[in-house]
Design a protein around this ligand. Structure first.
Ligand code: FPP
Length: 243
């Protein structure tokens, strides 16, 4: 996007992306699915940096769902390796990420993830906690329903302890007990690859999100595609149930 275009737009504050189509991208090229994920991880790097450079405040990338454990062990292992490599690289590129002002946050369940990945994620979260240009939510071992179950359990514990009256439970209590607590809901959710589903992604937070779909497979997604999605979003009229 040019400086002029950028200054004319009111950008979405938070964009969520369902990074889909890696497998089909690999198949079209006669490659292993893991090669598609690898190409997808590089696109994630570019789009994440581009989002921060144009002034987005939050981006959430759906990288691994609670349902993705059902995939063949070889594919799961290849995805875990990509996360591991990215986290190691983030450690090496600490200066570059710091300069860009990226704050990293895990949106997902630590339980079930390999211990070394959890430790690397914790370290990255800690190290980047004071950055304020853009928050990068890594949705790994994430499920929207799972997230809500955890929130309801936390609230139920407070009710049991006599800390909370069930009649006083509000929407804010739920928003405060999910992984994106304290963040704005996504204004725009992007799903490439020709699928028109939310697939358990931010089902609470997406109540008033705008959706943008495209046939492009994630490994082919470019910053121009992100621009297109943002420009389309800016033309929409959001009424949040009002008139
Ligand atoms: C869905 O495409 C994609 C995934 C389950 C994995 C997404 C993960 C990445 C792009 C890597 C991210 C890396 C980091 C470091 C955060 P699919 O495999 O279901 O595609 P298909 O529908 O074409 O088979």
């Amino acid at each position: 996007m040019t400086e002029k275009q950028l200054s004319d737009l009111i950008l979405p504050e938070h964009i969520g992306i369902i990074m889909d189509g890696n497998g089909r991208w690999a198949k079209q090229r006669g490659l292993e699915r893991s090669e598609g994920h690898k190409a997808g991880a590089n696109v994630f790097r570019n789009i994440c940096n581009y989002g921060a450079d144009i002034g987005l405040k939050y981006m959430t990338f759906y990288a691994f769902s609670t349902e993705n454990w059902k995939r063949p062990p070889k594919e799961v292992a290849s995805l875990m390796k990509l996360f591991r490599d990215y986290l190691d690289e983030a450690e090496q590129r600490v200066k570059e990420n710091e300069k860009r002002g990226l704050k990293f946050h895990l949106v997902g369940e630590k339980k079930g993830l390999p211990g070394d990945i959890v430790r690397k994620l914790d370290a990255l979260e800690r190290r980047s906690a004071d950055k304020d240009v853009m928050t990068v939510n890594l949705a790994i071992n994430y499920g929207g329903r799972d997230e809500l179950v955890h929130a309801f359990k936390a609230l139920a514990r407070r009710v049991k302890a006599g800390d909370l009256n069930p009649d006083d439970i509000s929407e804010k209590d739920i928003s405060d007990n999910i992984f994106t607590s304290g963040q704005p809901d996504p204004d725009l959710i992007i799903r490439p690859s020709g699928e028109y589903r939310l697939s358990n992604f931010m089902i609470w937070q997406a109540a008033y999100s705008e959706f943008w779909y495209s046939d492009i497979l994630w490994p082919d997604f470019t910053s121009d595609d992100l621009d297109k999605a943002i420009i389309d979003y800016c033309k929409r009229s959001r009424r949040f149930g009002g008139v």
